[in-house]
Design a protein around this ligand. Structure first.
Ligand code: ZN
Length: 246
C-alpha cells in the first residue's frame, strides 16, 4: 500500500483565539478544521505562529510533501529565516497551497516576486466559482460552477506572477471577478493559490472547497526529485567569472 501524503497545515492561529466570532466557526483553529474535513487519506502535522520556529523545523519540513498556508494578521511575525527555509523546500519540490489572505504572506510574495496586492471589500455576499479548466486535476469531480454563500470579496487586479494555469475564476455580487485558483511552478515545487476562506465564515466546512484543496494536495505532492537534482552534473560546478572578449 502506498504511504499517505504528508501534509503540513500551517495556520497562524490568532483570529480563532482572539475573536469569539471566529472561534465559534473554528473552535480548534482553521488548521484542525481543515484536517478533520480533508479526512484520513493524509498524514498531518501542524504549525502555528507562536510555536518555537513557528513549528517550521528542518525535520518537519523534510518530512512534508505538501504544505498548506493560512495567515492574515501575523504575516509580519513570521521570521524571515523560516520563510527562507520554506521557500527553499518549495524549490526542492515540496508542494504549497496558499489559502485566502495568505496572498500577503512573506512566503507567497517571495515566490511570486510581486506585491500580492488585490482589490478588497468587506461587505461579504456570495461568490460563484467557475472551474474554467475542468480537465485540470485540481478541478476533478467539481461541478462547472459552485457558490460559496458568504465570502470576502477579492478582486482584480491581483498582483501575482503570470500563472501556469488559471483553474478557477470567481464572480462576486458586486460584479467583480478574480482569478481565484491559480498554479505556478517554482523550482521543482508546485504552488497553488486558492481564494476562499475568510475566517468569519464556515468556508472550510463546505464540501466543494474541501474537494478543491484535497485535489490540490494530490496534484502538488512532492515527487522525490531532490535526489535527481543532487545527481545533476552541474550541481558541483562553481560559477566562473564572466570573461570579456579579446
Ligand atoms: Zn479574509
Amino acid at each position: 500500500m502506498a504511504s499517505k501524503i504528508r501534509v503540513f497545515i500551517w495556520n497562524e492561529f490568532v483570529h480563532e483565539r482572539e475573536d469569539p466570532k471566529v472561534k465559534a466557526v473554528y473552535p480548534d483553529g482553521i488548521h484542525k478544521a481543515l484536517a478533520k474535513n480533508l479526512g484520513t487519506d493524509f498524514d498531518y502535522r501542524f504549525g502555528t505562529v507562536d510555536e518555537p520556529e513557528h513549528g517550521l523545523t528542518d525535520a518537519a519540513l523534510a518530512a512534508t510533501d505538501v504544505m498548506i498556508w493560512w495567515g492574515h494578521m501575523a504575516h509580519g511575525r513570521v521570521a524571515d529565516a523560516a520563510v527562507e527555509k520554506v521557500h527553499a523546500r518549495v524549490l526542492d519540490g515540496m508542494g504549497l497551497i496558499v489559502l485566502h489572505s495568505g496572498h500577503h504572506s512573506k512566503l507567497f510574495r517571495k515566490l511570486m516576486g510581486t506585491s500580492g496586492n488585490l482589490r478588497w471589500r468587506e461587505d461579504n455576499g456570495k461568490s460563484r466559482l467557475w472551474a474554467i479548466e475542468p480537465s485540470h486535476p485540481i478541478a476533478a469531480g467539481l461541478p462547472q460552477q459552485f457558490v460559496v454563500p458568504h465570502e470576502e470579496m477579492y478582486g482584480e487586479r491581483f498582483d501575482v506572477a503570470k500563472p501556469d494555469d488559471v483553474v478557477f475564476i470567481s464572480w462576486f455580487e458586486g460584479g467583480e471577478v478574480f482569478r481565484s485558483g491559480m498554479t505556478w511552478t517554482r523550482g521543482l515545487g508546485k504552488v497553488f493559490y486558492f481564494q476562499p476562506g475568510h475566517e468569519t465564515y464556515p468556508t472550510y466546512h463546505q464540501k466543494e472547497v474541501i474537494q478543491v484543496i484535497r485535489n490540490a494536495i494530490g496534484w502538488a505532492k512532492y515527487q522525490g526529485a531532490t535526489d535527481v537534482m543532487k545527481g545533476a552534473p552541474h550541481a558541483q560546478v562553481p560559477m566562473e567569472p564572466v570573461r570579456s572578449a579579446g
